[in-house]
Design a protein around this ligand. Structure first.
Ligand SMILES: [Fe+2]
Ligand SMILES: [Fe+2]
Length: 218
């Protein structure tokens, strides 16, 4: 199995700041992928679906690589403002990158819609309820949890229990079946082992990381 995380950290072509961002995005993708597979299994999905959501999870934010590259070509003062301004476009970039790379359309669509909320308050298309692809609804909950439990430039990571409480406060964002499955697994596993979620990859997941290397401009 090729170790793409190591390729990034050993690269002499990529600056340290960019390396940190790329490797964080890779770990985030792995975490969302692992969580999404757990939820899909809990909801009774078959292996074929679980493999597809495993792929979608790893690459769901691949479009952020385009933003990251763009930001690193500029001076740092405007970085945060620019990032906030353009971050919404990452779902569209992700979709385009995946279609160009020959990914199946259902995977690209799930990625395109991974910021849609069940109550219609998400983006890019304000889709509501079951109009949001099923795969995207599962990824949505996993993505929010992974984001809340990670450090951000503007705040520290929340612990996993607080993250679940925050999600309960905004429960209208999620498909209830997905959210209940998420909570069931969380309690059954006594919280999640985040080190494990962020680092353990199987062959299928690992292969998807190659796209990050390409998009990082290696
Ligand atoms: Fe995203
Ligand atoms: Fe994400």
């Amino acid at each position: 199995m090729v170790n793409y995380l190591k390729i990034i950290s050993d690269s002499e072509k990529i600056s340290d700041g960019m390396k940190a961002l790329v490797s964080e995005e890779m770990h985030h993708g792995i975490e969302v992928s692992n969580l999404a597979v757990k939820i899909a299994r809990e909801l009774g999905e078959k292996d074929e679906f679980c493999d597809r959501i495993a792929i979608a999870g790893v690459v769901h934010d691949i479009g952020k690589m385009e933003l990251t590259r763009h930001l690193f070509s500029k001076n740092t003062d405007t970085l945060v403002i620019e990032h906030i301004k353009y971050v919404r476009f990452h779902t569209e970039y992700s979709y385009k990158i995946l279609m160009q790379a020959g990914y199946p359309e259902d995977i690209a669509k799930a990625v395109y819609y991974h910021h849609e909320n069940y109550d219609g308050s998400g983006y890019p298309d304000n889709l509501r309820g079951d109009n949001i692809p099923w795969m995207a609804r599962i990824i949505r909950a996993c993505d929010v949890f992974a984001a809340l439990t990670s450090d951000r430039s503007y705040r520290k990571a929340f612990d996993t229990k607080t993250a679940i409480d925050i999600m309960i406060d905004e429960v209208a964002d999620y498909d209830m079946r997905v959210f209940l499955a998420f909570q069931r697994i969380f309690h059954r596993e006594n919280g999640f082992d985040r080190e494990m979620l962020r680092n353990s990859v199987n062959e299928l997941q690992s292969r998807q990381l190659e796209l990050f290397i390409k998009e990082a401009g290696h």
